[in-house]
Design a protein around this ligand. Structure first.
Ligand code: MN
Ligand code: MN
Length: 468
């Protein structure tokens, strides 16, 4: 409808109403090109970083390629410095020192996690039964257990041998390598299974990973011949003995690579979008762009199990690092924290038209409508949530508007439909204004999750606006 034909009421409606827009629809030709080009680097990151150890190592590699050097506690810092700080090989903070006075300007923090739900191998895992050798597992993070059966799995992780040598293990990602497998029941015999609650279709102790089927060729060996074959291979390849599983961190992750989804290639299917789809934009934003602010991309571990341990964001190491940076720049840490701002960048649930009943559509994130800001998370009356202030949301909103970021609001499902948390509340406890912002995901925590390339790029653009 042309301008002159609009009624006063129509014009008023346009001027006063809030409307979300599909980013693909509003992006210019050039921007569309950028959206698709950016996704290529992201897919490579997904395939190269299926565990927190790999994500940490790959981030360090990318940082070093861009001239970033390692920072250790007590090092000197000056404006313009490009640094990375590694915590136990499982989390990394990549940062740039800006020109602004950090007592007044604070730090700009983008916090994402690089662990993802998966199936961890137990400490005494290997046994044989029914013509197969298996590894016992204990799942990591919130998964629907039945989704992890009957798909190709890869084994990733590290083993510390009895002499202290650390061996990295990664099997099942190359086309010529074997993969691993968790059995499911055939439908013909699944009548009782299918009538049970979904949580019990496959139970935790049934998530046993098939790792062999060939009996060791020696008549003198009377039992556990398949297990012996597996042990023999592990010994030849890694110098392992069975006891070395005690000091191992191995996990089974989906073996399939990230792929474009749809005839138009608008979407990406992959394992581990949660939270690489935020970690990668955080990393590349800091690696590729100078800022007058001191900016940090914090890529942390253990979010999926409550941000615990020495590599989760609740560990003092991150606060120590910020304090150390402040000290190196001659600033009072309390003043720095009070002036700092954080985007807790984690994924949210995208509205799924196949399951509309758990969403409230006005406040659910829509796929391709841009990165989504979650003012509050939590469950049962916002319990356990960092409820960001209107003032801070207003500030971020203004920064996004100035840079033309296409973004939207999000709420993780209908009120009382469930809920979840992120690292936001732990950062906020340090007296740092924090709000959740991240990419909407379909089938979150499934072995193969779905996101939109538009939302990935919008997330990146939002980080650049935050750093401006
Ligand atoms: Mn997450
Ligand atoms: Mn998650």
């Amino acid at each position: 409808m042309s301008e002159e034909k609009k009624t006063e009421g129509q014009k008023l409606q346009e001027a006063l109403g809030y409307k979300r827009t599909n980013y693909f629809e509003t992006a210019s030709k050039q921007e569309k090109k950028e959206i698709f080009a950016y996704a290529e680097g992201y897919k490579a990151f997904l395939d190269g970083a299926k565990t927190e150890r790999e994500a940490c190592a790959l981030s360090v590699k990318l940082a070093r390629e861009k001239g970033f050097t390692e920072y250790r506690f007590g090092d000197k810092l000056k404006p313009g410095d490009k640094k990375y700080f590694v915590n136990r090989g499982k989390s990394v903070v990549v940062f740039r020192v800006g020109t602004e006075d950090i007592e007044k300007d604070g730090l700009r923090i983008i916090a994402s996690h690089i662990d993802a739900p998966r199936v961890d191998i137990k400490q005494n895992p290997l046994y044989e039964d029914g013509g197969m050798a298996f590894l016992k597992t204990h799942y990591y993070g919130g998964i629907k257990k039945y989704q992890w059966t009957a798909i190709p799995l890869a084994l990733h992780g590290a083993v510390v041998l009895k002499d202290g040598t650390v061996k990295e293990i990664r099997v099942g990602e190359e086309p010529d390598e074997p993969v691993f497998y968790i059995n499911d029941l055939l439908p013909h015999l699944g009548k009782e299974q299918m009538n049970g609650p979904a949580a019990k279709i496959v139970e935790g102790e049934q998530l046993n990973v098939v790792v062999g089927g060939l009996p060791y060729d020696d008549e003198g060996v009377k039992s556990d011949k398949i297990k012996l074959t597996v042990l023999h291979i592990l010994n030849e390849k890694y110098g392992m003995e069975e006891e070395d599983f005690l000091s191992a961190e191995l996990c089974a992750v989906p073996a399939f690579p990230a792929r474009d989804i749809g005839f138009d290639r608008a979407l990406i299917g992959s394992y581990g979008h949660d939270d690489r789809v935020c970690a990668y934009p955080a990393l590349t934003a800091v690696l590729d762009h100078e800022s007058r602010h001191t900016v940090l991309a914090m890529l942390v571990d253990k979010e999926e199990i409550g941000s615990e341990g020495t590599t989760g964001i609740q560990c003092a190491v991150y606060e120590d690092l910020m304090e150390d940076i402040s000290a190196a720049l001659g600033a009072n840490f309390r003043k720095v924290r009070a002036a700092s701002k954080c985007l807790s960048s984690d994924v949210t649930a995208a509205f799924d038209p196949n399951f509309p009943s758990v969403f409230e559509k006005n406040n659910a994130a829509l796929l391709s409508y841009g990165t989504a800001m979650c003012k509050f998370t939590g469950a049962g009356g916002k319990s356990g949530s960092n409820d960001a202030s209107a003032e801070f949301v207003g500030e971020i909103r203004k920064a996004f508007a100035a840079e033309g970021v296409v973004w939207q609001v999000a709420e993780l499902g209908k009120v009382d439909a469930g809920g979840g948390g992120t690292v936001a509340k732990f950062v906020a406890k340090l007296n740092i204004d924090t709000v959740d912002l991240g990419v909407p995901v379909i089938s979150m925590h499934a072995p193969y999750e779905l996101i939109s390339k538009a939302d990935l790029y919008s997330n990146y653009k939002a980080f650049l606006a935050f750093m401006k």
